[in-house]
Design a protein around this ligand. Structure first.
Ligand code: 13P
Length: 233
């Protein structure tokens, strides 16, 4: 909550900029309390797709909304690869969260082996179609896509501006095929994976890179704010 407050204190409202922090579950309510009335929004890192029931250890969308979250990250690479969430569970989470009134940050991205095998676009296409199955064009108004190449997350090795732009342009072209050009242009596509103050400006200046999903560099107010400033241009 201290970190979120330090960030919120420095943020000025800007209609062209959305900034959210997504703390682990135990801190959502305390973070939401300190950023209330500021432009800083709050999200969760995961959710379970049920309103209520016997799902010990899981957290429902209504609980997140009640705690003050408006966003939820779904399909993060660690959920896919470490926790072994299936495409169908991820899709249930996306649909249920949207129906519950949460905005979704839907993460996709290829592993190093998939990139080296030239499978990046195929993986992105598959993750988009499976994760967003059943989401209509209106629903996409509440979806942000985060392109996070798995090999770039927490490694210090970010995608080059060209790799990021190519992947983002491909994602947008896929969205255009499914939802039409207007929806595709309106969807925010964030890049994530070793975003730092010194590479944020170059990455964010790419035409199809609309934002950043920041991990390690978000853990210090100074570096997170430097990235926010880079996003402001
Ligand atoms: O996974 C990420 C954000 O969710 C990225 O993490 P890093 O910025 O630490 O690479």
């Amino acid at each position: 909550a201290q970190l979120a407050k330090a960030v919120a204190d420095e943020l000025t409202a800007d209609e062209n900029l959305l900034v959210a922090v997504c703390p682990p579950f135990p801190w959502i309510a305390s973070v939401a309390a300190v950023v209330k009335g500021t432009p800083l929004l709050v999200g969760a890192q995961d959710v379970y797709p049920a309103k209520e029931g016997a799902f010990t250890g899981e957290v429902a969308p209504e609980m997140l909304l009640d705690a003050g979250a408006s966003y939820v990250i779904i399909g993060h690479s660690e959920r896919r690869h470490v926790i072994k969430e299936s495409d169908s569970l991820i899709n249930e989470k996306v649909k249920f969260s949207l129906a519950s009134g949460l905005k979704v940050i839907y993460c996709i991205g290829e592993t190093l082996a998939q990139r080296q095998a030239n499978e990046t676009n195929a993986v992105l296409e598959q993750q988009l179609s499976s994760g967003l199955a059943g989401v209509d064009a209106a629903g996409m108004a509440n979806v942000v896509i985060a392109y996070e190449p798995v090999w770039a997350i927490g490694t210090g090795v970010n995608a080059t501006t060209e790799q990021a732009q190519n992947a983002h342009a491909f994602v947008r072209s896929q969205l255009a095929k499914t939802y039409g050009e207007n929806v595709a242009q309106a969807v925010l596509i964030q890049y994530g994976g070793s975003v730092k103050p010194d590479n944020a400006k170059d990455l964010l200046s790419q035409p199809d890179v609309d934002g950043a999903l920041v991990g390690g560099a978000s853990l210090k107010a100074d570096s997170f704010l430097a990235i926010v400033r880079a996003a402001m241009g």
